[in-house]
Design a protein around this ligand. Structure first.
Ligand SMILES: [Fe+2]
Length: 334
């Protein structure tokens, strides 16, 4: 039986109905401030001069991290209960929270234009590093850690709440698994959906999303710095959609059962291997490391990339990266 000591009945019901949960004030301010201190230095942009903001959305590499359990105990407690207990959580991969920020600065164009979420091109579920199945636990929860206040129209992530059922059906119908790119057809149903939301939040909040909740980058109409990090919770084993005791289903599993209007799915069996590969976005993120280090070194530099091969190797393991990547990571700062 899954025990709930942290999540209230209302929070559990919210996750079941909407596929996501806000855990307010769950990242201590000192952690937010420490990693945000040099965000503009890392970006290389002038904070008060938008003409220097060359890119709209920036996926930054990770220089520093901490065990999520220590970094954000309240969010960690919520994560564990949503997946059915800490004993189901993979202890190394994705166990750390870091400063791999996703920055959304908007553009001049979006200041006075509206965006229609139905027609946004970038709807997706996360996980560019594994073959997706209905019961995949590699990215069981998609975590949004919030480092700046996110106001309405301020670049918060869009979610499509009634799109979960279409994702679950798509994966149920494909026991051979699927990639998560749009050309798979996994998101074709979203144009027919009706329940869209753009998140707002406060710095220090955490939002926990179900793996199968489709979402996309929100437009930032305000041109006010929006910073999040987007780690995941990985399980030791896939979701179990055929438990002997219904009280053992996690809330994540219940969301899938509910979406497919089932009480168990005993016939579901993946027919292809659970393939894994390196994250596709890694190269783009890593290409920013050298420039960021050079700019950081003008002030005070604190980065795993300057701590030697052993530290980098451990850091990579946490990120699901291997020795091949390490060999390409010789970074020198004058
Ligand atoms: Fe995403």
């Amino acid at each position: 039986m899954v025990e709930y000591k942290f999540l209230t009945p209302e929070q559990r019901q919210h996750f079941l109905e909407h596929g996501w949960l806000l855990v307010p004030g769950s990242i201590p301010k000192e952690h937010v401030d420490r990693w945000m201190k040099d965000v503009w230095t890392r970006l290389g942009y002038a904070p008060d001069d938008p003409s220097t903001w060359e890119e709209e959305t920036i996926w930054m590499p990770r220089h520093r991290d901490m065990l999520t359990k220590e970094f954000s105990p309240a969010a960690y407690a919520a994560m564990c209960e949503l997946v059915g207990g800490e004993e189901r959580v993979e202890p190394l991969r994705n166990a750390y929270s870091g400063d791999q920020f996703i920055v959304n600065l908007g553009t001049e164009y979006w200041k006075d234009h509206d965006a229609d979420p139905r027609t946004m091109p970038a709807w997706h579920i996360d996980g560019d590093w594994y073959q997706h199945f209905l019961d995949s636990g590699e990215g069981a929860l998609v975590v949004i850690q919030v480092y700046t206040d996110i106001l309405p129209r301020g670049g918060g992530t869009y979610v499509c709440e009634d799109g979960i059922a279409g994702i679950c059906k798509f994966l149920y119908d494909r026991p051979e698994g699927s990639g998560n790119k749009p050309e798979t057809g996994m998101y074709d149903h979203i144009k027919e959906c009706k329940v869209f939301k753009q998140f707002t939040a406060k710095a220090g909040d955490t939002i926990l999303m179900h793996a199968h909740l489709p979402h996309c980058v929100g437009k930032n109409h305000l041109r006010r710095l929006r910073v999040i990090a987007n780690p995941h919770v990985t399980l030791k084993e896939p979701f179990n959609l055929n438990r002997a005791n219904p009280e053992d289903y996690s809330l994540c599993e219940q969301v899938i059962l509910r979406a497919l209007d089932r009480s168990s799915i005993p016939e579901y069996r993946p027919t292809a291997p659970r393939a894994h590969w390196y994250p596709r976005n890694y190269v783009a993120k890593f290409s920013r490391v050298q420039g960021e280090l050079e700019r950081m070194s003008r002030d005070e530099v604190d980065s795993v990339y300057l701590k030697g091969d052993e530290e980098i190797s451990v850091h990579n393991l946490r990120n699901g990266l291997g020795e091949e990547v390490l060999r390409s990571q010789r970074v020198v700062v004058a």
